[in-house]
Design a protein around this ligand. Structure first.
Ligand code: C5P
Length: 404
């Protein structure tokens, strides 16, 4: 998808850099266009470095007459070449220009020439947002079929607290992709996704856990919600904000994760178990902090329930996806897990590789479908990998549904 990122001149302009990244992580190409005011807040170089594109700043600027003539139709060309125009931050000034058809700089002129989908993410001072003039402009733009990503509430740069903060860049990016593709291929599906590690207490201050960051599971949850699924994300302790439009159930231990999964199993049509569940737990954690002594000590561990295998036993026509994080023999291990846990698809990855797997932003996985040949996916951001996993999940789910 080709996206024009129109950056308006507000303090939130720096967050547009994050939006550029989020769009690219979701597979979009991004053409940045900055207003003169935006360039007071952040330099074009930031966007050029992030997107690899020449940043368009002016209709005329300090170009020579020949350059102006040579590029006199640039706004028409950019309008033709792109699918979505997102303005973020959409300032009160930009909204007024768009609403009333003013065309006195590149972005407003481009807007008039653009026939694709328009997404507007306003950000401004609370009083400016609440002003009847802004409200009327928003209504006009909404009635024109443009999508508005409403600003959030909180402390603003002007020192006030109220509505007017630019929406979360990840949320804006999701909306842009959803609106740009119009792809709601997971509408009607309810997906239970588990993510992150579990923590098994030893005593009130110590626990056994692992290095899972939860990023892969959160990326799948975000992608599935953007494609129209109802998503219940059962999450172990992680440091990631909840994705937009997703119901998050926080858990700590393997036993709590099992209860949360089974509590939502009835409504699930797809279960994706990306969590790195601890394999062992301390059956009776010490009620008080254990004291250090000079002597060696040992802790007795007992196995946790294998949630995936237990779901596999009662899966019915649900599609069941397991994960196999391995340091060796990934494909054979994935196949073994497919059988022992009754999955339809296992996502295998070698966690020993540098830059992919646990904790990293990228991943490189191989999809092992039941009865089919393994499909290696190219290394990419976890968000892109998430969409590719979902691309494989959907036909399997539809096949199971029509067979039942
Ligand atoms: O057997 P192993 O832990 O390698 O299997 C990994 C898969 O099984 C993952 O999908 C993981 O979420 C799931 N699992 C589980 N409950 C456990 C252990 C693993 O659901 N106790």
């Amino acid at each position: 998808m080709r996206v024009i990122l129109g950056v308006g001149g507000g303090i939130a302009a720096y967050k547009a850099a994050e939006l550029a990244r989020a769009l690219m992580e979701r597979g979009a190409t991004v053409q940045p266009v900055m207003t003169a005011a935006a360039r007071q807040f952040i330099t074009p170089l930031t966007f050029a470095a992030l997107t690899g594109k020449k940043v368009i700043t002016d209709l005329f600027g300090d170009r020579t007459a020949d350059e102006v003539l040579a590029s006199s139709v640039e706004h028409i060309q950019v309008a033709r070449e792109n699918d979505v125009l997102v303005a973020a931050p959409a300032t009160a000034d930009l909204l007024a220009k768009f609403a009333n058809g003013l065309a006195d700089d590149f972005l407003s002129t481009l807007y008039l020439a653009f026939t694709g989908k328009v997404v507007l993410a306003p950000a401004m001072n609370t009083q400016m947002w609440l002003h009847p003039a802004t409200a009327a402009n928003i209504e006009k733009l909404r009635a024109r079929g443009h999508h508005i990503v409403p600003p959030g509430s909180g402390p603003l740069a002007c020192g006030e607290t109220g509505v007017g903060r630019l929406a979360d860049p990840a949320r804006i990016a999701d909306d842009v992709i959803r609106i740009g593709t119009g792809k709601q291929d997971f509408a009607g599906e309810t997906i239970v996704i588990t993510a992150g590690p579990t923590q098994e207490a030893i005593d009130p201050v110590r626990f056994i856990s692992n290095r899972s960051s939860g990023k892969m599971g959160y990326a799948i949850a975000e992608a599935a919600a953007a494609r129209g699924a109802q998503v219940i994300l059962v999450s172990g302790p992680v440091k990631i904000p909840p994705p937009a439009g997703v119901k998050v159930v926080q858990v700590e231990t393997a036993l709590e994760m099992k209860d949360a999964v089974f509590a939502h199993l009835e409504e699930a049509t797809i279960v994706i178990k990306s969590a790195a569940v601890a394999d062992y737990m301390v059956e009776n954690p010490a009620p008080q902090k254990m004291k250090k002594t000079a002597a060696r000590m040992s802790i007795e561990l007992s196995p946790t329930p294998d949630i995936l295998a237990e779901v596999g036993r009662v899966k019915g026509d649900r599609l069941l996806v397991g994960f196999a994080a391995e340091t060796q023999n990934m494909i054979s291990e994935a196949k073994r897990k497919m059988e022992t846990k009754n999955c339809d698809l296992v996502v295998g990855n070698l966690v020993s590789q540098h830059g992919v797997g646990f904790g990293s932003d990228d991943n490189e996985v191989t999809l092992v479908p039941r009865g089919g040949a393994p499909v290696p996916l190219p290394r990419a951001s976890k968000r892109i990998v998430a969409d590719q996993i979902l691309d494989h999940v959907l036909p399997l789910r539809l096949a199971l549904r029509s067979a039942s």
